[in-house]
Design a protein around this ligand. Structure first.
Ligand code: AMP
Length: 194
């Protein structure tokens, strides 16, 4: 475990494309005084910065597939360490995508207190991602890549949610509800002791 981070409070937000991970994660961080990271955003920054890592991850992101876990862990670790001295805890959205990501994070970085799953139907994920495509211009918000991202999400979902349930970390939230309601359910989950 990373020495500087092993006592950090870490909460994760997972869900398919368009489920609201980013919006909810940012708001939770600002209202709960936590530091927010999105693995998708960290990866997109690497791609934009045309770094060596960026070139390697672009192909996977553009296909709607998962980037190799060691790359994601490395990016998270570097960024979290920079904030460790002043952070009261972290909200990480988009992570863990699968069981291996969860176990590796806990081995190399810090224990994860809770994993909040924002649950939405395929139709909602698709509609919201397409809506966002019109304003944000993400290269992976095309109809074809959105479908691949939903498929990747659905393929990995059952094992990771079962694992987190077993470890008593999972909180399921209905992401079909109004954003305010989704946010307030997430906040309750974070503030609840165990
Ligand atoms: P998101 O911003 O969460 O929709 O993620 C956008 C894309 O970034 C995904 O389709 C993946 O290609 C990649 N990605 C984001 N988070 C992860 C992660 N934890 N592990 C692997 N790939 C990721």
């Amino acid at each position: 475990m990373a020495k500087l981070l092993k006592k950090s409070k870490v909460y994760c937000v997972i869900g398919g494309p368009g489920a609201g991970k980013g919006t909810t994660g940012k708001k939770l961080a600002s209202e709960c005084g936590l530091t927010h990271f999105s693995t998708g955003e960290l990866l997109r920054k690497e791609i934009q910065g045309e770094t060596e890592t960026g070139q390697k991850v672009k192909a996977a992101v553009d296909r709607g597939e998962l980037v190799p876990t060691p790359t994601v862990i490395q990016l998270l670790k570097e960024n979290m360490i920079k904030e460790a001295a002043t952070s009261k805890g972290f909200i990480i959205d988009g992570y863990p995508r699968d069981v291996a990501q969860c176990t590796l994070f806990e081995k190399e970085i810090a224990p994860i207190i809770k994993v909040i799953h924002l649950k939405a139907t395929d139709d909602t994920m698709k509609a919201r991602s397409l809506e966002r495509a019109a304003t944000e211009g993400r290269s992976d918000d095309t109809e074809e890549v959105i479908a691949a991202r939903i498929a990747t999400h659905n393929m990995n979902l059952k094992p990771i949610t079962e694992y987190c349930t077993k470890k008593k970390k999972l909180v399921e939230i209905d992401a079909e509800a109004e954003p305010e309601e989704v946010f307030s359910q997430c906040k309750i989950a974070i503030e609840k002791k165990k």
